[in-house]
Design a protein around this ligand. Structure first.
Ligand code: M6R
Length: 610
């Protein structure tokens, strides 16, 4: 995690760096720092706390100014958040910022101690800085020093380095952590992510691994590890500053929930041709997928929860067995993969370390890998054999919302494709299904958004809860896992998602007078069963919020204290408006508690460490 930005140019670098860091704060926000090349050498200001604390500290140093600087916003891995552990970190000849983890930092520290180095911080990064310093002392060449250091370092890194005796130049390299390089009209940049440079340019280079970027005021150059000049491919962003900002909403999360109808339309429309799923990937549009006997969906967090919905829909309509796996478990449990298995990775960022490792493991075993990714050109997208992009646009809030919806929508389309190939659905049925997805999903999600006031009222009755339950059965149960994660991560209310029929096997002992239970009922065939579960908690004093489809609310008298009716849609598609309501509920609880909705404690948007 951690956000990095560097600028070299003729403008005052401090506002540029601060503005860039603000767009990157989602990557980590427990401390921040900046180093500026001044006429008196490199000056550093860094502090524990949010970016605003750094800004206050910078006001105490008004003389600080320069045209080249590096900045960092941290998500602590080695060493608690503190002023000393904040980046940038300096050595005799250089100062640097780092995103990632240097795994062999202890070994490196021992080697450096032997060479007379001492350490101020607990960080792996300071060890990395001093290793490059040692090699710079020896070779007197920044590219050689960085190249040799990265041959010693094990782990992941995106590094931005400035040297005392090479003014106005930033050197950068990365491995398993993202880093882009860009040339704007007023100078050149390095950054962890596109929003940080978007105000200056829409064109950027995604730095390849093993390439060192030399970024000066007017040009960027790339060198391989043997110091040969090399080229990188220039890419253009297809979204703008406006899309990366809040657009009048109080938080990115609520803005992003409101973007769901558009994101769903943009994801689905180009993927339906002649009424049938069309991925614009030659082999996927043929019968290539028919050869796979089973599917492993591997992902983390919300993306893994989308995978659970994928499993439910693929197994239901295509009758192909699907395992859903947490990437951090999959990668270390020596999974049994067969040649006719398909490994499907899902990731919004495409940079999640565990998902990337799972992808590499599957590839190493010769298994076909397909990825569903939101960020174009990200590591998962580049390394998977085929990639289907979700078209959610940038997702900034740490809590993933629109990315989940579009991931589910692509999984639905994949399920239809597999069902046609597997002859569990005729082409006519598939056409009908796709047509309903295209029109009804964005429409009902829009209707769900219009229910914000009612959902806000329901949220007001949950803010005081210390713990609560989400219950449902079948697809509703899978949806509850995501609803529960959403509430936990942003409202700090402990919640659990439970299969409604499973509560009585132990967990119901936690239900007492007033315990909130959110009961989801959209699946007709198990509705009566869920109602039995609701009765069980109700008779133990639970405060039940029923979230129910229109049909089932009309058919059954669901015992509850309040009810939210999901806008009308075919049962099989009700996931989409239902999750929108559940996301809104979590959002309003967090907002009403006055919490930092977009940057919940201890979290970061992009988890690029194990
Ligand atoms: O970028 P990814 O989709 O790979 O991220 C995976 C998880 O870290 C992510 O979905 C996380 O669970 C969300 N912040 C939850 O809202």
């Amino acid at each position: 995690m951690c956000g990095i930005i560097g600028y070299s140019g003729d403008q005052d670098s401090i506002p540029i760096i601060i503005e860039g860091l603000r767009t990157l704060e989602y990557r980590g926000y427990d401390s921040a720092g900046i180093s500026v090349c001044t006429e008196e050498g490199i000056k550093t200001v860094k502090t524990q706390g949010r970016l605003t604390v750094l800004e206050d500290k910078l006001k105490e140093n008004p003389e600080l100014g320069g045209g080249c600087a590096i900045g960092h916003t941290r998500w602590a891995t080695h060493g608690e958040p503190s002023d000393t552990n904040s980046h940038p970190h300096s050595a005799k000849n250089l100062t640097l910022v780092h995103n990632g983890i240097i795994e062999n930092y202890a070994e490196i520290a021992e080697m450096l101690k032997g060479a007379g180095y001492t350490f101020e911080s607990e960080t792996d990064t300071e060890r990395g800085a001093k290793l490059i310093d040692l090699l710079y002392e020896k070779y007197q060449d920044p590219i050689v020093a960085i190249s040799k250091a990265t041959k010693i370092i094990r782990g992941s890194y995106a590094l931005g380095v400035i040297f005392n005796d090479i003014p106005d130049t930033i050197f950068a390299i990365r491995k398993d952590s993202p880093l882009i390089v860009a040339k704007g009209e007023d100078g050149c940049f390095i950054a962890s992510d596109i929003p940080a440079i978007l105000k200056h340019t829409k064109q950027y280079y995604r730095l390849a691994e093993g390439i060192i970027a030399k970024v000066s005021k007017s040009e960027v150059e790339f060198f391989d590890m043997e110091k040969n000049l090399t080229e990188q491919q220039l890419e253009t962003v297809d979204w703008d500053v406006e899309q990366a900002q809040k657009g009048g909403f109080p938080h990115f999360m609520i803005k992003e929930i409101h973007e769901e109808p558009e994101a769903l339309r943009k994801t689905l429309e180009p993927r339906i041709r002649d009424g049938l799923p069309y991925f614009d990937i030659p082999r996927l549009d043929g019968d290539f997928l028919s050869k796979f006997g089973s599917i492993h969906i591997v992902a983390c967090g919300t993306a893994m929860h989308a995978g659970l919905i994928g499993k439910a829909i693929i197994e239901r309509i295509a009758r192909i067995p699907v395992n859903v796996e947490i990437a951090s478990e999959f990668r270390y449990r020596n999974p049994i993969l067969k040649k006719n298995d398909l490994v499907l990775l899902i990731s919004q960022s495409g940079e999640t370390a565990d998902t990337l490792a799972a992808l590499r493991l599957a590839k190493a075993q010769g298994v076909y890998t397909l990825a569903i990714v939101n960020v174009i050109g990200s590591s998962v997208a580049r390394e998977a054999e085929d990639v289907m992009y979700t078209r959610a646009g940038p997702e900034i809030a740490v809590a993933s919302t629109k990315a989940y919806s579009v991931q589910c929508s692509l999984l639905y389309l994949l399920a239809v494709k597999l069902a046609v190939l597997n002859k569990t659905m005729s082409e006519d049925e598939a056409r009908d299904f796709c047509a309903r997805m295209l029109t009804d999903i964005p429409k009902t999600v829009t209707s769900a958004l219009e229910m914000s006031t009612k959902i806000c009222e329901a949220a007001s009755r949950l803010v005081a809860a210390e713990h609560l339950f989400y219950i449902g059965r079948d697809m509703d149960c899978q949806l509850c896992t995501e609803a529960s994660l959403k509430l936990k991560e942003i409202s700090y209310i402990h919640s659990e998602a439970y299969a409604a029929g499973e509560l009585k096997h132990g967990t119901i002992s936690l239900v007492t007078d007033g315990t909130p239970v959110i009961a989801l009922t959209t699946v007709g065939k198990v509705c009566e069963k869920t109602i039995s579960g609701i009765r069980e908690v109700k008779s133990r004093g639970a405060y039940v919020v029923s979230i129910c489809s229109e049909e089932l609310a009309a058919k059954y008298d669901i015992p509850c204290d309040e009810q939210i009716i999901i806008p009308h849609i075919d049962e099989i598609l009700s996931v989409f408006p239902a999750i929108c309501i559940l996301q809104l509920l979590a959002y309003h609880v967090s907002a009403q508690k006055g919490l930092d909705v977009d940057k919940p404690r201890n979290l970061a948007k992009s988890v690029t460490v194990e």
